[in-house]
Write a protein that binds this ligand. Structure first.
Ligand code: TRP
Length: 334
């Protein structure tokens, strides 16, 4: 491969209900790249095959349209980004995963920290399914199939990019220079938004009390803000930083200034967290209302049309890469 095929490539698992942290950490960096326009058209996909590690197929499939609608409602313009679903190019993903799997040992896979953690969270190696162990290889397949140059992901995904880069080196050494190495693109601190419960964990739907879920009843979300852990007067705690990241994302310039001035008072030792939260509740309420209205206005047919266009492009890239790979490996007669 002489050139990258895709400047910006990233994906997200198919799960129910995106949280505001996903919006800020995953969608917003792509929006910025899209608006900046100096790099090529970003390509984004829903990793529904990755979701099969933990979910039943009928569930993952029911989430796919939701996730795409979330992206669009959050401002991604399907004219300016390509969107597709991993299972639309299942043949290519499967082939590439098998070819790459030859280049990594079982021991190496089990040492990947994210896997170790996931396996520990379950009941250990005896019950963790093998698809889970393939997670990093399949992710490398996704990235390499699209000839990706930059991959915006959270820091927690960097180890998977390291695996990808190792596989690139090993493949190229063995079969000649076929792959170009992808580079991570830090998707910003937004990805580190904490759970509102003060547990110190990342905001995630696995701890729903601490997560603002975009599809939830708005009142439920606002109550979570009211109850959220913040900070003692004068202290810029990690919890407060997270609330501020949320506030910054959903505010107009005017409102951002209001937040700034409240926080200044807070840092000067005044008791203003109530005021901060009242404003946050007001701004977030309006934001969620607009988001949900926009989301319901997006029809399934429209999304299916967008995905069909995305599939064509993803399939064309993947097909070219697979044939180069197979020729290099000697899987095909030239
Ligand atoms: N592992 C990513 C996550 O859990 C999702 C993902 C799968 C991905 N394949 C990818 C991200 C390829 C970027 C590129 O969020």
């Amino acid at each position: 491969m002489k050139n990258y095929k895709t400047d910006i490539f990233t994906g997200m698992r198919a799960t129910s209900g995106m949280s505001i942290a996903n919006l800020i950490g995953v969608v917003d960096p792509i929006l910025c790249i899209m608006q900046d326009g100096s790099l090529g058209k970003p390509m984004i996909f829903v990793a529904d095959l990755h979701s099969l590690t933990t979910e039943e197929p009928n569930k993952t499939q029911s989430y796919v349209l939701h996730v795409i609608k979330d992206y669009i409602a959050a401002g991604l313009d399907p004219e300016k980004v390509d969107l597709f679903v991993q299972s639309q190019i299942m043949d290519e993903v499967s082939k590439m995963t098998i070819y790459l799997s030859r280049l990594i040992t079982v021991a190496e896979l089990l040492r990947v920290p994210t896997l170790k953690e996931k396996i520990k969270k379950g009941n250990g190696e005896a019950t963790a399914n093998t698809l889970l162990a393939f997670y990093p290889v399949m992710m490398a397949a996704d990235i390499l199939l699209q000839g990706s140059r930059y991959v915006p992901v959270g820091k927690d995904q960097y180890v998977h990019l390291e695996v990808t880069n190792d596989l690139v080196k090993r493949f190229n050494k063995k079969y000649g220079d076929v792959f170009l190495a992808p580079k991570p693109l830090d998707s910003g601190e937004g990805i580190n938004i904490l759970s509102l419960t003060g547990s110190g964990k990342k905001m995630s739907k696995s701890e729903p009390n601490g997560a603002i879920l975009l599809d939830d009843d708005i009142d439920v979300s606002l109550k979570k803000i009211k109850r959220a852990k913040s900070a003692f007067a004068g202290d810029m705690s990690e919890d407060l930083k997270s609330l501020k990241l949320i506030a910054d994302y959903i505010s107009t310039d005017e409102q951002r200034k209001e937040f700034e001035s409240i926080l200044q008072k807070h840092l000067d030792g005044e008791q203003v967290m109530g005021e901060f939260k009242d404003l946050l509740v007001e701004v977030l309420g309006r934001f969620l209302e607009e988001f949900q209205e926009k989301k319901v206005s997006i029809s399934d047919d429209y999304v299916l049309g967008v995905l069909e266009k995305g599939r064509e492009k993803a399939k064309a890239n993947a097909g070219e890469v697979i044939s180069e790979v197979e020729i290099a490996m000697g899987m095909r007669f030239v």
